[in-house]
Design a protein around this ligand. Structure first.
Ligand code: NAD
Length: 307
């Protein structure tokens, strides 16, 4: 299968490197010139717990001049989803598909509007990665990837993609209910990301203080009310316990939102806590805690607070 990864930051580089190591024809596409140049010149430096290695793979600045592909894996941050999906649409061969494992609510729907819902595979991954610099990525946590079709039942293409990832040492399973997957991860991110970003805490520290446990609980309970009103079946029984368990299990991690704030980058707040607020408004569920967290992170993004 011919593959392009659009958005070759932390996660795109990780997935691209694993697919390339498994012998797949994969090209990384990004708009970050220094990063693309470093990968082309020196290969991608992949830092693993077991040691570092250099992975050789194709990288290009933008999609211009690329041959059509069977699969686009879209790994930009949510603010760039529309632009990346437009590039994906032009790059896909007829019948080709886009896979998104991005965090937050609405990415798959934005892609669907551009390429057609029947061509979208979506899901979640428990793999983690951090960019160390141009051409350098650290593989963080490992875990399963769950994928399914945004519209329609899982078909041969969907199973083929799961097998392709699994064979590349990115264990993946096909799931029937993509909404449940995406909301399940959304609620975890709702409880962890904004609080760690605002308070500059590692994930595990949220479980240590009474105050942060209480804030996490309030944000998650609100999000669960919204999920229920939306008719979503969550993939776990006790959401607050689940979010606390994930915070503890990933205790040493800096959430992606904290990393964004520390780098001075835009965060994905609008599609995480902000999405809970929006959905709450649509469904008549009050979300004062998530609204407050959203506004605080947005103020932080605008650099209104001295660091
Ligand atoms: P990142 O910021 O490291 O990478 C995004 C990349 O997209 C950057 O290199 C950027 O230059 C590139 N980009 C921006 N606009 C583009 C465009 N129009 N075309 C091509 N490239 C473009 O982000 P990340 O941490 O890899 O996260 C990607 C997505 O995966 C997010 O939705 C995130 O929430 C999700 N995610 C991240 C992790 C993690 O551990 N980092 C884990 C699970 C899910």
């Amino acid at each position: 299968m011919k593959i392009a990864v659009i958005g070759a930051g932390a996660m795109g580089s990780l997935f691209g490197a694993y697919l390339a190591k498994a012998g797949e024809a994969v090209t990384l596409v990004d708009i970050w010139q220094e990063h693309v140049a470093a990968i082309r010149d020196q290969g991608l430096q992949l830092s693993e717990a077991a040691g570092d290695e250099v992975v050789r793979l194709d990288a290009t600045l933008g999609t211009g001049g690329l041959e059509p592909v069977d699969l686009v894996i879209l790994f930009v941050k949510s603010a760039a989803t529309q632009a990346a999906a437009t590039d994906a649409a032009a790059l896909l061969r007829p019948g080709g598909r886009v896979l998104t494992l991005q965090n937050g609510l609405g990415n798959a729907e934005v892609i669907a509007e551009i390429v057609g819902a029947e061509r979208v595979l979506a899901g979640t991954t428990a793999q983690g990665a951090t960019l160390l610099g141009p051409g350098r990525v650290r593989h963080g946590g490992r875990g399963d990837t769950h994928i399914g079709r945004l519209s329609g039942e899982a078909d041969a293409f969907c199973h083929e993609v799961a097998t392709l990832l699994t064979n590349a040492d990115l264990p993946s399973v096909v799931e029937p209910d993509v909404r449940s997957l995406v909301w399940g991860k959304l609620i975890i991110n709702t409880g962890i990301n904004a609080l760690t970003a605002l308070l500059r805490l590692r994930n595990g520290q949220l479980a240590d203080l009474t105050e942060t446990r209480q804030l996490l609980t309030l944000a998650v309970e609100e999000a669960v009310l919204v999920a229920r009103a939306a008719g979503v079946h969550l993939p776990y029984e006790n959401p607050v316990e689940k979010v606390l368990a994930v915070a503890i299990a990933t205790g040493q991690n800096q959430s992606s939102m904290l990393q964004d704030v520390l780098r001075g980058s835009l965060t994905e707040i609008a599609v995480i806590n902000g999405a809970i607020v929006q959905e709450g408004e649509r469904l008549g569920v009050a979300t004062p805690v998530n609204r407050t967290l959203t506004l605080l992170v947005q103020a932080l993004e605008k650099n209104l607070l001295p660091s």
